[in-house]
Design a protein around this ligand. Sequence first.
Ligand SMILES: Nc1ncnc2c1ncn2[C@@H]1O[C@H](COP(=O)(O)OP(=O)(O)O)[C@@H](O)[C@H]1O
Ligand SMILES: [Mg+2]
Length: 258
Amino acid sequence: MYQLLICPCLGKHTVQFSLEEVPHIDHFVQRDKEMQRLTSFFFPQNQSQIHRNIFVVYGLGGIGKTQLCVEFARKQQTRYSAVFWLDGSTKDAIRRSFVNVARKLPAGEAPICLPEMLAAEKLDMDSLVGRVLDWLSLPSNQRWLLVIDNVDRGYSEKGQDSQAYDVMRYCPKADHGNILITSRLSTLRPPQHSLCLGSVDRAQGLAILESTGGDIVPGVSNRRQCTITFIHTVSDTISQKRSLVMWTPFSTCLVAFR
Ligand SMILES: Nc1ncnc2c1ncn2[C@@H]1O[C@H](COP(=O)(O)OP(=O)(O)O)[C@@H](O)[C@H]1O
Ligand SMILES: [Mg+2]
C-alpha cells in the first residue's frame, strides 16, 4: 500500500517565518489597544487600493516597542508572504541585516549569487542592499512585512554620527509592502502613521514584572512590590554593569507608581 505524501511547498516570494534574529520573549503581556492600532493600520476594513504602508512606533527606551512589534509579527505572520526583521540600531547593523535577508530569499529568487560573493569575500554592500530592495519592489511581491527595529540615531546630512543613517534609504521605493519601524525619536514619524507608545497600566506592569522574574510577595502592596523589584533590579544591573537593562524595569515601575 502506497501512502501519498503531500509536501507543503512554499509559494513564490514566500519565506518561512522565523524569530531567529529577533529579540523575542516567552511571556508577552497583552497590550490590546496598541495591538489593535497596528492591526487596523496594516489591515484596514476598507482597503480600496494597494500602497506602501509605513508605520512608526516611537517612545522611551524600554517602554515595549520592540516586543509589541514582535508580537504583532508573530500574530499576523500567516497574512504575510514574508516577515523580515532588521536591526536598525546602527548603519552597520542594518546593512548586516540585509545580508541575512538576502540569505533567506527563496531559492531561485535570490537576485545575486550571495554564497559566491561571501566565499570570495567580495561583498558589495550597496549592491546587496539594492538587490534586496529590488526584490521587495517586484510587482508580484507585495505581501511582505519589514520590521526595522531600534532606529534610535537621529540622522542629518551634516551630522557627525557615522552610524546614523536615513532609514528611508533602506525602504523599498515601490508603492506596496508594509514597513514597521520602532524608534526612540519622535521626529522620525511620518504624520498620521505613528503610535507614541506610552506606559502600560498597573495590572500590565505587574504582570510584566512577574514575567521578568520580579517576586510578588503576598501581603505587600503593589506599589511597594514595584519599588522592591525596581531597587533589586537596578542594583543587580549596576553590579553587572548592564546599563541598558536599567530602563526596562524603570519604565515598568513608573507605571505602577501612578
Ligand atoms: N508586553 C510585554 N510583556 C512582557 N514583557 C515586556 C513587554 N514589553 C516589554 N517587556 C519587557 O521589557 C523589555 C524591554 O522591552 P522592549 O520592547 O525591548 O523596549 P523598547 O523596544 O521600547 O526599548 C523586554 O525585553 C521585556 O523584558
Ligand atoms: Mg527596542
